[in-house]
Design a protein around this ligand. Structure first.
Ligand code: ADP
Ligand code: MG
Length: 704
């Protein structure tokens, strides 16, 4: 039972004014089964009943009003087909307003009388100086409300079926008011520690519930809302952070106790550049994690081009130094090959054997790879999700890298972890930064590292938006760049690889490009999902080697592809792409020393949303900023990988609007757990009970 013998657990049927029939409806329509459920049916807005308007001041800009006056006369008008209308004229010191009803006329006639004074509230229709209010809320004037009401009136969501049984918004308000009179502090005891209440200046729990429904002022409402949102976020953060700490303490992992020959040899002799400070810091974090005897589960967030691959490689060398094998999983064949080639190249003078396994490694070769993996010859195995298959067995896998994480599900991650007796360490690298509030929620149980610095010497990419009408200029510009030895991408949207229209667009685009860049002068490569693997690879190689000047492709090149000599990215029908995808695509250029450009091509017809996206792209190169904007525009539910998490079902809080509060909640949760991981101190007793009670409800069950 949630609250001991609190009245809140009572069936809604027993609330005054409800009864069995209405209870059934409330259950069906609003999922309100108990007093507590009703209490948690929060108003979606409040009406200001604290002031009275003069009829004379109403104009065409007026939305809703509260007026006070006397009924001067009432008339019933019959319109064709038996439709009736009741009109009452209300006069105040400044003018007259018409009150109009089409329904419930019998009931209205009973409650209004000429000569009586009423407070009237409703939505105004203003036409040519005349004011009418349809189906207004009506209260006869008493001593209590003669000057208007002294509060903000809640408005509750309801449904047509409820309204048909007289449970409109106002009726629910009445039920709620009745409920308020029956509850007191013992029903909603405080569970937040005093220190937090003091620090944030929050109202206590019972006050918050009273005031979120019936505030006297906006301030009271705001305070109540803050308190209840905080409570939601704080409990979530406690839960997530506790899970993380418990995992740290319990999940045994392989201890990488040394930094040995492979790491040092590579670091001092073969590292092609100085690491950025951010890369150094993250590598150190990984080293500490792998050295403490517990299993690592770390998420590395870094903008495109921030150098995540090198962090992964150094970590894998660390694993080898300690006698383990490592593997690295990439979401596409192209990317896996590229990693394989890049890593093989970097390690070519070192005694490390690197293997490649994808769906296209077949026959004898595949057999050999599997064998070498099992007997331990291969020390680093790079591949696609083919790595997950059961036939892939390691002698002693100690470290797993998952690149561009959002393409892999949690289950796939788990399968890789099962490839040794003790689960290997796991390093997850994100494709694009995700907003911090989101990562705190969906990856709250992982440790996070951020590479917040780009390698030096990069000139920022210039991004522009161009319409179809300037295509000629754009292509001329590409010619110029090619004459300077640079390469160019032209990307077409392909929502699904199989989709016919996009495919035709791509082919038409390809023909157009060929027409503009004649074959005897230019070398054009094309890659798309309908090609067989070999052709795809051959064309990709031509571009990577610098033989092809232009790469025409679909988004298969979106993730990770690295050709530093390319300096122009043209994105066709850019309005069809989401922000993070645009940012990923743009990240294919600006990887070398040359100044790079991203050109977003669109037609003139654009939605407001698309315009906003293009504008953001032109304004900033910062992936973290872009991900925040993306979340603002689309809401957290649509950000890749979050939908299935089920963690975003907040009642009041919002990841977008309340990101600062989330941060505060997290810090406070961390602090508290640092002192009292099991919530066993007396001042945390109520908190513990609250957390236990929440189990099995909404998001709690999904985290555990
Ligand atoms: P991402 O984080 O997007 O996976 P990559 O690992 O592909 O980025 O790195 C992008 C490019 O930057 C590569 O060409 C890589 O060699 C280069 N790079 C990585 N770290 C550094 C560094 N510290 N200094 C200079 N170049 C670097
Ligand atoms: Mg990468």
């Amino acid at each position: 039972m949630t609250y001991g013998n609190s009245i809140l657990t009572s069936s809604i049927e027993y609330l005054k004014g409800v009864g069995p029939d209405k209870a059934l409806l409330l259950q069906k329509e609003l999922s309100v089964f108990t007093f507590e459920d009703l209490l948690n049916h929060f108003p979606f807005r409040h009406i200001d009943r604290t002031k009275i308007d003069l009829i004379r001041n109403i104009n065409s800009n007026t939305d809703t009003v509260q007026i006070k006056g006397t009924i001067t006369h009432i008339e019933e008008v019959t319109q064709g087909k038996g439709r009736r209308r009741l009109v009452a004229y209300l006069k105040d010191s400044s003018g007259v307003a018409e009150l109009v009803w089409f329904q419930g006329i019998v009931w209205v006639k009973k409650s209004i009388q000429v000569g009586k004074e009423f407070l009237v509230f409703g939505k105004v229709n203003y036409f040519n100086g005349s004011v009418s209010i349809m189906h207004p809320d009506l209260d006869s004037v008493t001593n209590n409300n003669a000057e208007g009401y002294s509060f903000l009136e809640p408005v509750y969501s309801t449904t047509e079926k409820l309204k048909a049984r007289f449970l409109n918004a106002r009726a629910i308000t009445k039920l709620m008011a009745g409920l308020m009179q029956q509850i007191d502090e013992k029903d909603l005891p405080e569970f937040l520690p005093d220190t937090i209440i003091q620090k944030l200046g929050l109202p206590n729990r019972i006050t918050a519930f009273r005031k979120i429904h019936f505030p006297k002022t906006k301030q009271e409402y705001d305070n109540a809302l803050l308190r209840l949102k905080f409570e939601e976020l704080f409990l979530l953060q406690l839960k997530l952070n506790r899970a993380k700490i418990v995992r740290h303490r319990q999940s045994r992992g392989y201890q990488f106790s040394i930094i040995g020959e492979h790491f040092n040899n590579f670091y001092h002799n073969y590292l092609p550049f100085e690491l950025t400070n951010a890369q150094k810091r993250v590598i150190k974090e990984i080293r500490v994690d792998c050295g403490n005897g517990f299993q690592m589960n770390r998420l590395v967030q870094g903008d495109v081009g921030s150098g995540k691959t090198m962090v992964a490689l150094l970590s894998m060398l660390m694993a080898i130094d300690n006698g383990f094998q490592a593997c690295m999983m990439a979401p596409t064949e192209i990317l896996a090959r590229q990693h394989f080639e890049g890593i093989s190249g970097l390690l070519k003078d070192m005694p490390v054997k690197v293997g490649l396994l994808t769906g296209n490694v077949k026959g004898k070769l595949r057999k050999q790879v599997l064998e070498d993996c099992l007997n331990g010859d291969i020390q680093i195995l790079v591949g696609t999700h083919a790595l997950i298959e059961e036939t892939v067995q390691f002698k002693n896998l100690g470290f797993v890298v998952i690149d561009e994480q959002h393409r892999f599900g949690v289950e796939q991650r788990a399968k890789l972890q099962q490839k040794n007796t003790i689960p290997p360490h796991v390093l997850v690298m994100t494709a694009t930064p995700i907003p911090r509030t989101l990562s705190m929620t969906i990856y709250g149980d992982l440790d996070t590292s951020v590479i917040d610095e780009l390698p030096p010497g990069r000139t920022p990419i210039t991004t522009v938006h161009r319409y179809e009408t300037s295509r000629g200029n754009v292509l001329d510009f590409v010619k110029e760049q090619i004459s300077e030895g640079r390469q160019c991408y032209i990307v077409f949207p392909l929502i699904e690889e199989s989709e016919k229209i996009s495919y035709e667009n791509l082919m038409r685009g390809y023909e157009n490009v060929k027409a503009f860049f004649p074959e005897h002068l230019y070398n054009i490569a094309m890659v798309h999902g309908r090609m067989d693997q070999e052709t795809k690879q051959r064309n990709m190689d031509r571009f990577v080697k610098g033989e092809a000047n232009i790469m025409v492709s679909t988004t298969v090149i979106e993730v990770g592809v690295n050709v530093p000599n390319s300096s122009v990215m043209i994105i066709e029908s850019a309005e069809k792409f989401g922000l993070s995808q645009l940012h990923q695509l743009r990240g294919r250029v600006g990887r070398g020393a040359a100044k790079s450009y991203c050109i977003l091509m669109t037609s003139h017809k654009l939605t407001q949303d698309a315009r906003e996206r293009l504008k953001i792209m032109c304004e900033t190169n910062d992936g973290f900023k872009i991900s925040e904007k993306d979340m603002e525009l689309r809401g957290p539910g649509d950000i890749e990988g979050t939908r299935q998490s089920g963690l975003l079902n907040f009642k009041l809080a919002s990841l977008v609007a309340d990101k600062d509060l989330m941060e505060i909640a997290r810090n406070l949760a961390e602090n508290l757990l640092e002192h009292d991981i099991n919530l066993s101190l007396p001042e945390h007793e109520r908190l513990k009970i609250q957390l236990q009670n929440k189990k099995g409800k909404t998001y709690w069950s999904k985290i555990a």
